[in-house]
Every structure is written in C-alpha cells, then in structure tokens.
Design a protein around this ligand. Structure first.
Ligand SMILES: [Zn+2]
Length: 306
C-alpha cells in the first residue's frame, strides 16, 4: 500500500539542530521499512520570528545542503504518473519568512525546488500573516495575498497548519487551489490552537483539500498521553465530517517530542493502518488515507501550474 507523509522536520534537524542523519527519526531505512513512498520534507524557516532577528533564507539554503545527508532523492520536476514505490521526497516550506516579503525570492526558490506546499506562517507573525499561536484575529497581509496569487500560478498548495483563523478564511476566499493542513488534528477533540475547528474541516472538505493527521501526542490528547487509539479517534472524527477523500498523514516526525507508542518513526506507519483496519475501515478507504488523498491533491496542484 502506498504511504505518503505530508510533513517532517528532518532537514531542520540535520542542518540547524546538528542531528546526525542516522539519529534522525526519519531515515531512508525506516521509510523503506514502513513502506513510505512519498515523504514531504519541510524547509522550516519560521523559528526566528519576524525579520530582522532571524536568518530564514540562510537557514533554507543550509537545509538544502542537508538533503544529500537525509539520503532520499527529492523530486524537483513533475510527479510521475503513478505513486513512487521506493522512498521519494518532495519539498514544502514551513513559515514563509524565507521569501523575505519578495515574490522574486519565491520564484528563485521555486525554480530550484518545486515547492509543493507552503505553510504561510509558523508560530510567529511574518510578512504574510498571523499564526494560530498568537490568536484568531488579523488576516493575511498585502504580501500574503500577493503570495497566494503567485502560489496559484506556480501550483503550490496553501498550507494552513499554524495559520490563524482569520488567515485561514482569507485563504479559503482568495486561493484558487484548495487549502491543506499538512499536520493538524481536530480541535474539538484536543483544544489547542494548532488544531482545526469543525468549520475549518468542513471548508477544507468542500474545497477538496487535504488534512494530514499529526502524530504529536500533545495535539492528539490534552493530557498528551496519546495511543494509536487516539490517532484512530481523530481519523474517525474527520471521517464523520465527510473527509474520506481528504484525510491522510502529516507525522511531524523530527519536529515532535511525544508520539503514541507504536508510532515512533516511519517504520511504524503500518501499525496505524492496522489500528484503522481493526476499526473496520475498508482497504479502499485505507489506500486513500494512507497515501492517495495526498497524492491526488499534489497532482491537482501540479496540473494547475500556469
Ligand atoms: Zn509545524
């Protein structure tokens, strides 16, 4: 079964935190062990907060150098017709600071990287908008709207994980491509600002976007003692909202400190699928959830490139 993961922070771990590639959670061997065909590697540039304090562009370039160490080939051209059978990477951006408020910077990165999705903010306000971590108010800024238009032209999906609610609704109103939440869970099951409200899930489902269930225990349960049953619980809740063609995985591996037992690394993805199988999901539904839902929305974005 093709498995795809919409988010990991492995490049940041190697390039910025100095983690040895073999000590990362996401390794080529574990991706292979778990049967992961597509791994999204985030260029995580939000940590420093607004300029001029940080060096997000330099960090992004350092993360690119870490790609070879991460050991998985990254697709910077068109996706193949069929989902890859061996671990293959694609790039995303987490925190739009690396563009420094300039569309020329976006184009520069895009020519080299073929970004598939951009999480518009991380946990700080930036040139694009405001994060969920700082409250629901304050929508996208003028550069945020400009960036959305450019992303539509380039076929880059707007990733609303980390974005606040006002920004979320701006994306829904203005982006032609569907919104995705690469690594967020259900807020009505675990009330943290990084999770999605029912209205947001409904809007993503209506637009044919994508929601990657995050394995971070703190987002799965308020007491952070999550088990595989909690992953199933969040999937169930999304399915109840009509998300069969929208739900998938956004592990957040190498970016989280707690995870459910039995889901500590990519080699354990099959445990999550077994738990969902025991819950009674059909093989067709599991195939969609495991990878095809993410694959289809990536293909849709690619087809929309101008
Ligand atoms: Zn994140």
């Amino acid at each position: 079964m093709f498995i795809a993961d919409a988010h990991c922070d492995t490049l940041y771990a190697i390039a910025i935190e100095g983690t040895k590639p073999a000590d990362c959670v996401v390794t080529p061997a574990r991706l292979k062990q778990g049967g992961v065909g597509l791994q999204t590697y985030a260029l995580f540039c939000g940590k420093h907060g607004p300029a001029p304090a940080g060096h997000p562009r330099a960090d992004a370039l350092a993360m690119l150098k870490a790609v070879e160490q991460a050991g998985v080939p990254i697709l910077t051209g068109d996706l193949p017709d069929a989902p890859p059978e061996v671990p293959t990477g694609v790039f995303s951006c987490e925190g739009g600071e690396m563009f420094e408020g300039s569309l020329a910077r976006l184009e520069e990165f895009q020519q080299r990287l073929r970004l598939r999705m951009i999480a518009l903010t991380w946990n700080f306000e930036n040139e694009i908008g405001h994060p969920a971590a700082e409250g629901p108010d304050g929508g996208l800024k003028p550069f945020g709207f400009e960036l959305l238009r450019a992303m539509d032209r380039e076929g880059i999906l707007p990733d609303v994980s980390h974005l606040n609610e006002a920004g979320f609704w701006d994306v829904c109103e203005r982006a032609a491509l569907p919104p995705i939440a690469s690594h967020s869970d259900c807020r009505w099951l675990c009330d943290v600002p990084r999770n999605l409200r029912k209205e947001q899930v409904r809007a993503i489902v209506e637009r044919g976007g994508f929601i990657g269930v995050n394995f971070y225990s703190d987002f799965l349960r308020e007491d952070a003692h999550a088990t595989l049953d909690d992953v199933v619980r969040h999937v169930d809740a999304l399915m109840e909202m009509g998300a069969e063609k929208v739900v998938g995985f956004g592990s957040d591996f190498d970016g989280i400190e707690h995870w459910p037992e039995g889901l500590a690394h990519p080699g354990e993805f099959p445990n999550a699928l077994d738990a969902l199988r025991r819950r009674g999901y059909s093989e067709d539904t599991l195939r969609d959830l495991a990878g095809l839902n993410l694959w289809r929305v990536l293909k849709r974005a690619e087809a929309a490139r101008g």
